[in-house]
Write a protein that binds this ligand. Structure first.
Ligand SMILES: *Cc1c(COP(=O)(O)O)cnc(C)c1O
Length: 386
């Protein structure tokens, strides 16, 4: 059965596994399936492949390989960073984060509140930006960790994480950043950034789902969330997901190589789509600051139209886009990111995110612009809201 063509504009939800990445991982499913912890050569060779991948991902973010812990996903990395900060500093009971983090952070923080910890969710401005003075004032004597994402997955808005890290270190507080949306789009230099912990997820950079990493700076105390065997030098129990880790390593190399394409060609395609919508379809406006922003993301409100209806008609034309985060669609709740930016519930429910990637072409953007104005006009005519 051959699938009809899809026009994929949802790269912040997940990405196509690059063919080069599939090639790199296949030997570890077909032939080299040993346990990397085994002492015989058939296992040791697999362990060496894991170490090569550790070097590749370390190079992507400019850290030492030993500072990288492989995890099962970005969610586990975020949970682990915050968990470790609390258990290694039991006298500190406060976590400082923002209201617009991914649910991999906010839901874990909400659970911590139920367990008796204090959590501050910093508000953001109407354009999604963060006030660093407010961040500084909100650090308490018992703040264990500050967790601020680098790039917002819904709006693409970038936070000044380098400055945030510097504030935290002046006050002697650990700093974690969820950088899941940045590989291939921004240059990641963790040494320069000076974060204590940083999360990535492989499926956002053209590798498979089910593997992520947590960087933990050397000499920062760490306690694992997942406890079992001595894998990852005792920092993450569980037999390594070898094929996916090898894939992650290869994808990290490709992400470095695609930085230029994302910031020139992909950015131009995003701008063509965004400007086409804003100038060609009445009653539209962007959610979030224009800059600094990821080069691939555009979040647009379509006045008086439900996002759900737009997505359904786009889907009928083979176009994949999303409202808010893929992890919360299906729920009736409006995006917590857009509501934190002060959007009305109606506006949040009328907003669509387009997120492009290296496989998008200009013809695909033209295809979207061929359908979208008609879709919006049709929905406005059939179900006038407000
Ligand atoms: C996708 C995403 C995550 C979650 O990563 P998973 O590997 O799917 O658990 C966390 N943070 C951000 C910003 C994301 O976009």
């Amino acid at each position: 059965m051959s699938q009809p063509p899809i026009y994929y504009f949802d790269n912040n939800a997940t990405t196509r596994v690059a063919p080069e990445v599939v090639d790199a991982m296949m030997p570890f499913l077909r032939e080299q399936w040993g346990n990397p912890s085994s002492t015989y050569a058939f296992g040791r060779q697999v362990g060496e492949a894991v170490d090569r991948a550790r070097g590749q991902v370390a190079a992507l973010i400019n850290v030492e390989p030993r500072e990288v812990i492989f995890t099962s996903c970005g969610t586990e990395s975020n949970n682990s960073a915050i968990h470790s900060a609390l258990v290694t500093q039991p006298e500190k009971r406060h976590v400082l984060t923002t209201a617009v983090e991914h649910s991999a952070n906010t839901k874990f923080c909400a659970l911590l509140q139920k367990r008796g910890y204090a959590v501050t969710f910093l508000p953001v401005a109407a354009d999604g930006t963060l006030d660093l003075e407010l961040l500084e004032r909100s650090i308490l004597p018992d703040t264990a960790i500050v967790s601020v994402m680098w790039a917002n997955n819904e709006t693409g808005v970038l936070f000044p994480v380098r400055e945030a890290a510097a504030i935290c270190h002046r006050k002697g507080v650990l700093f974690h950043t969820d950088a899941v949306q940045t590989p291939g789009k921004l240059k990641i230099d963790v040494r320069e950034l000076d974060a204590d912990c940083l999360s990535l997820s492989a499926h956002k950079l053209h590798a498979p789902k089910g593997v992520g990493l947590l960087y933990v700076k050397r000499r920062v105390k760490y306690q694992p969330l997942i406890v079992g065997g001595g894998q990852e030098r005792g920092r993450r129990g569980g037999t390594e997901n070898v094929a996916n880790i090898v894939a992650f390593g290869r994808a990290a190399e490709l992400a470095i190589a695609s930085l230029d394409d994302e910031n020139t060609r992909v950015r131009a395609l995003r701008d063509k789509l965004e400007n086409g919508i804003l100038t060609g379809i009445p009653g539209t406006s962007r959610n979030g600051a224009q800059e600094p922003r990821l080069p691939n993301t555009s979040n647009i409100a379509f006045e008086g139209v439900e996002a759900e209806g737009i997505l359904m008609l786009l889907d009928q034309a083979g176009i994949c886009a999303s409202s808010g985060s893929a992890c919360t669609t299906g729920s009736l709740d409006p995006s917590h990111v857009l509501t934190a930016m002060g959007c009305s519930v109606a506006r949040a429910r009328s907003s669509i995110r387009f997120s492009l990637g290296i496989y998008n072409t200009e013809a695909e953007v033209d295809y979207v612009m061929q359908y979208l104005p008609g879709i919006i006009a049709k929905l406005r005519a059939s179900a006038p809201v407000g």
